[in-house]
Design a protein around this ligand. Structure first.
Ligand code: PEP
Ligand code: MN
Length: 337
């Protein structure tokens, strides 16, 4: 339920409304605008049935929230959310490029990658330490050791780091070392994992599931927000279709749709979408043109010998020239890279 307070509403009147909602067993979300305060009552609206909200002092009008994603939708908050990830702002005027290898492979290689991508203009370093591999016989990641190397790379380059969480048992150690927690496509609907993320004060990058609809992605984001963490970045990384020429099919239209439905930042991962380095540049250009707030790109110093996803990884030189190509596209939209 959305309760719009009158311009003249006093703090006491606002607090009174908040208390009544809490007493009824619902959670509250307060949005203080320049003109007026809007209160969201989140939970089972039937519990509010007996409270004459409209008759309470200071209340101007009461409306239902029509969308099922209440906290991440635009009905309750219509201003774009900007998320601070280790000092880098995502969702504002800068298109934030996150780059690095698919997996952290060794201390030396991640440090080298960090120096490379930083020099080319990336603002965040990516690298998987816990890898969701299709085969149990494939490289599974260096685990906590990999996270420590990421933290060392941050110390040397100043780049905040992002790495994937697969298991709630690793959440605390991830929080110790990384600036953004990535939830991979395969875990987008791992609801226990999403609920756990609610209890931490770390930005979460939530990837769209392999066969998930936009609504399902938003409902997964709602799980995280409803459990207490509203620092969420949405990521389109391609969905599974009948097409086999690319690894997945990049749904570019997800960007304007997500931006219309939600106030959260939206980024695109062109690498996992297309699966081949040759196509990463063209779809990155399109991603910026369509309004993405950032990109997550796989870059590897020696893709031929990468432990994972070499075929879709750009060499550092190609990555550097791609960033230069992207800058004027961002500029047309009044953004920087
Ligand atoms: C990754 O970013 O390395 C990854 C595994 O991505 P996704 O979850 O999109 O497949
Ligand atoms: Mn990968």
């Amino acid at each position: 339920m959305i309760i719009v307070m009158k311009k003249s509403a006093t703090e006491d009147e606002i607090n009174n409304v908040l208390q009544k909602i809490k007493d009824a067993g619902l959670a509250v979300h307060v949005s203080k605008g320049k003109e007026r305060t809007i209160v969201g009552a989140i939970g089972d609206e039937a519990l509010l049935g007996s409270i004459p909200l409209k008759a309470i002092g200071g209340v101007e009008k009461v409306m239902p929230i029509l969308k099922p994603y209440k906290l991440v939708g635009r009905e309750l908050k219509n201003t774009d959310t900007i998320i601070d990830a280790g000092g880098v702002k995502i969702g504002g005027n800068e298109v934030v490029v996150m780059a690095g290898p698919c997996s952290v492979e060794s201390r030396e290689s991640i440090l080298e990658s960090a120096r490379n991508v930083s020099a080319s203009g990336a603002r965040i370093l990516r690298g998987g330490a816990f890898k969701p591999r299709t085969s149990p016989y494939s490289f599974q990641g260096l685990g906590v050791e990999g996270l420590k190397y990421m933290a060392e790379a941050r110390k040397e380059t100043g780049l905040p780091v992002i790495s994937e969480l697969m298991d709630p048992r690793d959440l605390d150690v991830l929080c110790e070392y990384v600036d953004i927690i990535q939830i991979g496509a395969r875990n987008m609907q791992n609801f226990r994992l999403l609920k756990e993320l609610g209890r931490v004060d770390k930005p979460v990058l939530l990837k769209r599931g392999l066969s998930a609809t936009i609504k399902e992605l938003l409902m997964s984001a709602e799980y995280i927000a409803a459990n207490g963490n509203d620092k969420i970045i949405l990521c389109e990384r391609g969905i599974r279709t009948f097409e086999t020429a690319t690894r997945n099919t990049l749904d570019l239209s997800a960007v304007p749709v997500l931006k219309a439905e939600s106030h959260l930042p939206v980024i695109i991962d062109p690498s996992h979408a297309v699966g081949f380095w040759q196509y990463v540049g063209p779809v990155s250009r399109a991603a910026i043109a369509v309004g993405a707030d950032g990109l997550l790109i796989e870059v590897h110093p020696d893709p031929e010998n990468a432990f994972s996803d070499g075929a879709q990884s750009l060499k550092p030189g190609k990555f550097a020239s791609l960033i230069e190509e992207l800058r004027p596209i961002a500029a047309v939209l009044g953004k920087t890279i």
